[in-house]
Design a protein around this ligand. Sequence first.
Ligand SMILES: C[S@@+](CC[C@H](N)C(=O)[O-])C[C@H]1O[C@@H](n2cnc3c(N)ncnc32)[C@H](O)[C@@H]1O
Length: 313
Amino acid sequence: MSAFEHISVMREEVVHYMAPRDGEVYVDGTLGGAGYSLALLAQARCRVYGIDRDPQAIAHAQTLHDGLISVRGRFGDVRELVPGPVNGFMLDLGVSSVQIDTPERGFSFRFDGPLDMRMNPDEQTETAADIVNTYDEKPLADLIYKYGEERKSRHIAAAIVKKRAESRFETTFQLAELIRQVVKVSPKDKLDPSTRTFQALRIAVNDELGELERALQASLYILKPGGRLVVVSFHSLEDSIVKAFLREQSGQMPAASRYAPVGVNENRVRLFDAPDKKAVFPSEAEARRNPRARSARLRWAVRTDVPVDDLKI
Ligand SMILES: C[S@@+](CC[C@H](N)C(=O)[O-])C[C@H]1O[C@@H](n2cnc3c(N)ncnc32)[C@H](O)[C@@H]1O
């Protein structure tokens, strides 16, 4: 077993809300270093299907535990990947520390590497370099604004288009250096000026928000009555999708989110019970210990016994 250096965020809370029991079956949609999966397996004699699109996470999980079945794929395809129905489905969104801290994966402006950012490097899909080198200025600016919530998106896109006329962007450092020239920061600023643009590219390359919406829809079908959905998200774009989904599916007014999936469960039938209207946050001790935990928010809900097939979805 190779080392997989990722510290799980809100692991105790996830186990608490998943409430695993002997003989039951769970899906960990974001296996990563298997922190959540192993925590469930330590708590009950259950089985866990661990999905990850990253071959490195799958390779690491191969021999970790007899009750852990690793499955390579995207969690948005969970219905095709896992024999359902199951007792719980959990997601810990975003990238693992292993992905961020491996320069060759190209996720981080802190290391020089190819501008890639694909969570599954075997997929023949767009890389961050493809986006930066080929998108027209307006769609590029829109992408940086929408997924990075970057106010300087237009300036950044204009500078990228100008620069790439001289030479293509190949590396993380080339892009980070350009952004530093465009976005001037005061010494008080805690964030590197590249943070938001890199986030935007990562979300686009991996269709992260589309995957999340598909997984939430799939949860309606794969969870048994009483089955638990637990989602840990790390920024407001993700959290507002989860929040809007749970509001809608628990029969409350749909949230006015620009990311809310439209036209789903129009008759407001209660497909989930969402006891906590508010998100659950990590403890202060965890936030102190692990800076990655500071932006984490957990939402959870319990599937009711209303069958989806009866609905116009
Ligand atoms: C934050 S890490 C999960 C860490 C894990 N909970 C742990 O405790 O070790 C997120 C993982 O989800 C994977 N991932 C992200 N989006 C995915 C998707 N759409 N389908 C499958 N895996 C995905 C990433 O490759 C990464 O390994």
